[in-house]
Design a protein around this ligand. Structure first.
Ligand code: ADP
Ligand code: MG
Length: 582
């Protein structure tokens, strides 16, 4: 075959493969265009999850009739003129290919009127065939309708999910865009049912409540930070909103929703001490920085980003989230976590938002048939206890299974995981020592000798300086033996043999990491290994001293891995459980 130029419609259909994946991508592009046009009211109307019909109406600037053919032509945009503009993109669009791509794979109609035009004008494109511009009745603004998406492309249609699934994707996009556009109202109708209604005057908090649910929205912790030209605004949902996976983490960069693995990694790093591994609460995080410090042009769907100074940006995120969460009372878990352990152990309870636990079957020693306990207030009740460290020396302490401490507190009773508490105490104390360069090192009477390979020994020794700042002294003893000479004096439960193994593992997993990262990993590992274990017997005075140390920390509500240290049953909870109160 001879080499030939591709037909324009085929080119657009190929481009559509990148831009238009499913109805939700069309909704996203159309709503973004409406926002770019300065609209303050945006209405989305869908049928059959958007597969049959997508319509977006706005009250923005409109398109003059002579530009309508250009609007649906590929690589035609009103938003980018010279190559330098690429450096400082402020609008959503800039490729000028969305409408052309959508029009190549659907029946598209634009009806638009600019403010000062006497009339509205329309243009239609049917699977790439562009019709003539004609006058038509319509008010100011733009209405774009997309019908029968992919109807002539059975190969694409095959990949569409059920309408209810496609609808959910569409709603998600409108929600994301609505979250970061205060001052703009959004509605979404599906088959004549109103599914989303966000008034223009709803501020970010109100938008969070409307989108994430009232129960979550009202309890979100606000974290803000300004550093040089970087502005960060985050809202973090309560512990009970935590789920496995990051499905409900919304990240925005300069008003653009992004799904970037490394950015998510920074968020994870910031919250990791507060939620269990692999779990995320609902998170809204919006970053603003000068467009010149970001490269948004890396992915056609524009959900991945590159930062010019990634380390600085990520560091700010991690610190802001950490700080914000430790300053708040966020992580004081209540019986939500009791629920979790019951579920694992017996699978007989149902769990509700807000920590309510309900029995689903068989008899149980604690809960009478079909009892239901609402423990959501427990968090507030635990506050006075945390601000009065003195009371930890008094009162009865019961150790259960040599793992849990039960004690009476003013507001009810508290259950503490001895390992989790000790781990947190170790972490905070050792971290403070390291920061102040006052780590006390305890020389071992007899050095601990551990046989390792030559390569591993070199690896260990290459980090010996870092370990030394933490009170750990490791030297070579021959070519294949590491000698551990000293450990941090604080960590009385540390086993020298496993310490060397742990440090080796950390060194292996962080081969190219910066020293701070290796130090941090070692710190977490040592805090855990240097803690009493579940099942270890502790004398009462040791338990009390542990509580005392915990009470002096910035936070002793979660362990280093984000699991709860303490769970509170308030009097109110008990009264409800025993039917003294409903
Ligand atoms: P881009 O947004 O990248 O410029 P699009 O294909 O999405 O490319 O849109 C092409 C052009 O059509 C835009 O640059 C804009 O001038 C015009 N346009 C599209 N939608 C609207 C709208 N809702 N209101 C006003 N103008 C619009
Ligand atoms: Mg666009």
């Amino acid at each position: 075959m001879k080499i030939q130029r591709l037909n324009r419609i085929v080119v657009d259909q190929i481009a559509a493969g990148e831009v238009v994946e499913r109805p939700a991508s069309v909704v996203k592009e159309l709503v973004e265009n409406a926002l770019d046009s300065g609209a303050t009211r945006i209405e989305v109307i869908l049928k059959e999850g958007g597969l049959r019909w997508i319509e977006v109406r706005d009250n923005g600037g409109g398109i003059p009739p002579e530009e309508l053919p250009l609007a649906v032509a590929s690589h035609a945009t009103s938003k980018l003129l010279v190559p330098e503009d690429l450096e400082a993109i402020a609008s959503f669009g800039f490729r000028g290919e969305a409408l052309a791509s959508i029009a190549a794979v659907s029946r598209l109609q634009i009806l638009s009127k600019t403010q000062d035009a006497p009339s509205a004008y329309a243009i239609q494109v049917s699977f790439g065939e562009v019709g003539a511009v004609r006058e038509a009745p319509g008010g100011s603004g733009t209405r774009i309708r997309v019908e029968d998406l992919f109807a002539q492309l059975p190969a694409r249609l095959k990949f569409m999910k059920r309408p209810s699934t496609e609808l959910n994707h569409c709603i998600s996009w409108v929600e994301r865009l609505a979250l970061v556009h205060e001052g703009v109202s959004f509605t979404l109708h599906h088959e004549d049912r109103l599914s989303l209604d966000i008034p223009a005057d709803a501020d970010l908090s109100a938008r969070c409540s409307l989108i994430y649910g009232k129960g979550i929205g009202q309890k979100m912790v606000r974290v803000q930070k300004q550093r040089d030209s970087l502005h960060l605004d985050a809202r973090i949902g309560p512990p009970e909103s935590a789920q496995r996976g990051a499905r409900r983490v919304d990240l925005f960069l300069n008003g653009r929703w992004v799904r970037d693995a490394r950015l998510l990694g920074a968020v994870r790093q910031g919250i990791k001490e507060f939620v269990p591994p692999g779990h995320y609460p609902v998170v809204f995080l919006s970053l603003h920085l000068p467009p010149s410090r970001v490269d948004v042009n890396v992915h056609p769907q524009k959900t991945e980003v590159r930062f010019r100074d990634e380390r600085l940006v990520f560091g700010s995120i991690v610190n802001a989230l950490k700080q914000g969460l430790s300053d708040s009372t966020w992580a004081t878990r209540s019986a939500g976590s009791i629920g979790d352990s019951h579920r694992r152990a017996e699978g007989r309870y149902r769990y509700f938002e807000g920590g309510r636990v309900e029995r689903t079957g068989q008899k149980d020693a604690f809960f009478s048939e079909s009892s239901s306990v609402d423990l959501s207030e427990a968090r507030e009740a635990s506050l006075p206890m945390e601000t009065h460290p003195d009371d930890v020396g008094k009162g009865k302490l019961i150790s259960v299974a040599q793992t849990y401490l039960v004690r009476e507190v003013e507001a009810g009773l508290e259950i503490i995981d001895q390992h989790a508490l000790h781990e947190r105490v170790n972490l905070e104390e050792l971290r403070r020592d390291i920061q102040n360069s006052v780590v006390h090192s305890q020389p071992l009477l007899v050095p601990e000798l551990v046989d390792v390979s030559r390569a591993d020994l070199n690896l260990l020794l290459s980090h010996a300086d870092i370990f030394l700042t933490m009170g750990v002294k490791i030297e070579a003893f021959g070519e294949t033996t590491a000698a551990l000479h000293a450990v941090p004096a604080r960590l009385t439960h540390l086993k020298p043999q496993s310490l060397v193994q742990d440090l080796l593992e950390i060194a292996e997993e962080n081969r190219d990491a910066r020293p701070e990262k290796i130090q941090e990993e070692a710190l977490f590992s040592m805090a855990c290994r240097g803690a009493v274990m579940a099942g270890d017997h502790l004398a009462e005075e040791d338990l009390r001293s542990l509580l005392q140390r915990g009470a002096h920390l910035p936070q002793d509500r979660t362990c280093a891995h984000g699991r709860p240290v303490r769970v509170l049953l308030s009097l109110d909870d008990l009264e409800k459980a025993f039917y003294r109160k409903s």
